[in-house]
Design a protein around this ligand. Structure first.
Ligand code: ATP
Length: 227
């Protein structure tokens, strides 16, 4: 397994948010992390990246235990994070945002620009002046420029217009076809499930279900994901 998360527990102060989350991502696999609001998806992602380090359990990347690693070191080891809210440096240009993240590998400025032609047209524009969709493309581009072994997308298309959402999914499908390993959170199941090889559902800070998208029956969707 590329990513192996085993029985992690995480807290906000004294309040426990994760009670034993298990998940894994194999080399080249796209895994959908699902669950209703507040069930622990973002907390799990933050725990994996040691932004909110787990107090119990283990996170391994390529067999290496990430315990005690600082977030920037986790990034260096190969996790590219596209956080919720698509944070970029607002006062840097698109170009500066991309090259600031660069590490050697197959992902270069040219390849990111080819994946997202809209970014190419906006190289000299400040990130803050981009639309939400363009900022998400930039956030994904930045993560790719680090040449990650695993890409994590928290709320891949939240708040974006339908046309832009399709652009993002198209890019994700291309990354998948390229063999990149991806862990992705998104609320639109009809767009998320077709791209996923496997899904994991969290309920109240625990892994409640794991399986193939085809096995996620309406009854299961209703039980774990319905409103
Ligand atoms: P959403 O889709 O709403 O983002 P989520 O599945 O990502 O939901 P988390 O944000 O991981 O869920 O939240 C898990 C639990 O941790 C919730 O009970 C939430 O209230 C709590 N929580 C999240 N962030 C904080 C925080 N900064 N301080 C205290 N509790 C928090």
């Amino acid at each position: 397994m590329l990513l192996d998360v085993s029985k992690i527990e995480a807290f906000y102060g004294a309040s426990q948010a994760l009670f034993g989350v298990d998940l894994s991502v194999a080399e080249g696999e796209v895994v959908a992390l699902m669950g209703r609001n507040g069930m622990g998806k973002t907390t799990t992602i933050r725990a994996i990246c040691n932004l909110n380090p787990p107090r119990a359990g283990a996170v391994r990347l390529g067999g290496e235990d990430l315990k005690g690693r600082r977030p920037h070191h986790v990034a260096k080891l190969g996790i590219g994070l596209v956080p919720e809210g698509r944070r970029c440096f607002p006062n840097l240009t698109v170009y500066e945002n991309l090259v600031a993240a660069a590490r050697p590998g197959q992902w270069t400025l040219d390849r990111v620009n080819e994946l997202f032609p809209r970014l190419k047209e906006r190289q000299t524009q400040m990130a803050r002046s981009l639309s939400g969709g363009e900022q998400q493309m930039l956030a994904i581009g930045r993560a790719l420029m680090t040449n990650p072994r695993l890409l994590i997308l928290d709320e891949a298309t939240e708040g974006l217009a339908p046309v832009i959402r399709q652009d993002i999914w198209k890019a994700i499908r291309r990354l998948k076809a390229d063999g990149l390993s991806i862990l992705v959170v998104d609320k639109t199941l009809s767009e998320l499930l077709p791209v996923a090889d496997r899904g994991i559902i969290l309920e109240n800070g625990r892994s409640a279900w794991s399986g193939k998208p085809a096995d996620l029956t309406m009854e299961l969707q209703d039980r774990y994901l319905g409103v």
